[in-house]
Design a protein around this ligand. Sequence first.
Ligand SMILES: Nc1nc2c(ncn2[C@@H]2O[C@H](COP(=O)(O)OP(=O)(O)O)[C@@H](O)[C@H]2O)c(=O)[nH]1
Ligand SMILES: [Mg+2]
Length: 298
Amino acid sequence: MKISELFKSLVETISTRPLGRRELEKVLDEYGLKLITCDVALPFVEELKNRIIETLEGQRTPLFDKNAVKKVVEREIEKFLLETLGNGFDLIEEAKNSPKPFKLLFIGVNGVGKTTTIAKVAYMFKKAGLSVILACSDTFRAGAVEQLSQHAKSLGLPIITKAYGSDPASVGFEAVSYALSKGVETVLIDTAGRMHTDINLMDELKKIKRVVEPSYTILVVDALTGNDAWNQASDFQSHVGYDAIILAKFDADEKGGAALSVSYVSKKPVIYVGTGQKYSDLERFNPEKYVKNLLSGF
Ligand SMILES: Nc1nc2c(ncn2[C@@H]2O[C@H](COP(=O)(O)OP(=O)(O)O)[C@@H](O)[C@H]2O)c(=O)[nH]1
Ligand SMILES: [Mg+2]
């Protein structure tokens, strides 16, 4: 080792010290509490703390910078949150580059915003020059057909519906057949909600999925759901399975923790967020912006 290098390493040893578990725990407890008040689920926060202690314990930190520990912890939290959120994808790009018809199946608990989200996606596709057909496979709830038909009318789109109580899978199948024969590029399929603990519903969704073979299955979650978002994401994942998540009512949610919980428990990305009740109120989810916002509140 050269003298200059030796000197540098000596200075570093004197001016730094290794990070201890206790002080890391103290800082992480503060951040953890803040994440929990933002509705991020507890098991996620626990894992975040453990992972960061594992990474940082024993690492050398500047001796004279009081904020050094906080800074390094915050950088590590940011990294972990971005990793959890993963990489989303653009539905227009996917629709354009996939075999036709491009089929999207929307699932989720009743009232979360499925039907509204479908209308928004239809509007977005239409604007991008893609042809769309809607399918109302919610044959369970009175009013579901009327609601989606109203959107179809406003957007000038064809729609397949069947009477209340009909087989939801056959509605989806008919929409796909229509798309195939008429060259419609995309099929958006609405489904019934009920409770995510309802086994009949889960079986029904599985059947629709089997019959329709969607290009992507999308779980819609209400951002305001708070802690139950975790259970919904987990139940639909284990019973039906999905590829991505759209968070509706993001505009009404100041806390914003649901995005982390659902991505963590399902290992699927949030791809879009609903930001209002208008057709144009659908935005690509931006993890960097989201994490920055979340942490800036701390
Ligand atoms: N503020 C806001 N409201 C929304 C959003 N998405 C849906 N909603 C409202 O949530 C309610 C339930 O939506 P709906 O699409 O019928 O839910 P579904 O039962 O899952 O199909 C309606 O009053 C919608 O207008 C959103 O992104 N922001
Ligand atoms: Mg609905």
